[in-house]
Design a protein around this ligand. Structure first.
Ligand SMILES: Cc1ncc(C[n+]2csc(CCOP(=O)(O)OP(=O)(O)O)c2C)c(N)n1
Length: 197
């Protein structure tokens, strides 16, 4: 299992992807208008919010409703066809609206989905650990599901990645493939970053 640096690396590589695509477009003016980050889900979404900046961000805040990342990414691409749209979401969160990859394929609206796959509803798991301890944590396990294959089966692009070295090229391929993409990234279960004033 990759360590916590992979979770940061996932977020930061997505950041670089957004930044590079935007930079390639030339002007700072465009930088202000043409990249969209969607961050959704529990702990992984919080890492994305903390680590990744973009000219436009659609986030669910510190404790909002989860699940809307794929529909949000589709809407963002529809609204801004020239933009690189990157959606970072947890594996549990992916399950809410994964069939919308079908919509994205039919509507020809490509985006890069990055699933932080810790095989867990980790935000709930972390609450249980804090409140009750590991011995009483239960009901949050998920499976090592190949969400990348879900995207591929629906006509999109899918890749499973387990190491940092694989990640950036996979994100690049996802960004240029012209299809709704899902890069399914194995990560460690880690609590969201905390900021103390
Ligand atoms: C619609 C909705 N259902 C449930 C929740 C409660 N909730 C918040 S984070 C979370 C777990 C998300 O798990 P996952 O997407 O796998 O991300 P992880 O925490 O593992 O990084 C849940 C169930 C919520 N905020 N909104």
């Amino acid at each position: 299992m990759p360590d916590h640096r992979d979770r940061c690396a996932t977020a930061l590589h997505a950041h670089h992807l957004v930044a590079r695509r935007v930079t390639a477009r030339g002007t700072q003016h465009h930088v202000g208008r043409e990249a969209v980050l969607v961050a959704d889900g529990g702990e992984f979404g919080q890492w994305a919010q903390a680590c990744v900046s973009a000219p436009t961000r659609l986030i669910n805040g510190p404790g909002g409703s989860i699940g809307s990342a794929v529909p949000f990414a589709i809407a963002a691409k529809l609204a801004r066809p020239q933009a690189t749209v990157v959606a970072m979401l947890g594996d549990g969160t992916f399950g809410f609206h994964m069939a919308e990859y079908d919509t994205a394929v039919r509507a020809r609206l490509p985006f890069v989905g990055v699933v932080g796959n810790d095989q867990c509803w980790n935000a709930e798991h972390q609450i249980q650990l804090r409140a009750y301890g590991a011995a009483r944590a239960h009901g949050c396990e998920l499976l090592p599901t190949r969400y990348d294959r879900v995207a591929a089966a629906l006509g999109g692009h899918g890749e499973q990645r387990t190491t940092r070295a694989e990640l950036e090229p996979a994100l690049e391929r996802a960004a240029v493939c012209g299809l709704p993409a899902c890069v399914n990234v194995a990560i460690e279960r880690l609590a969201a970053p905390a900021v103390h004033a």
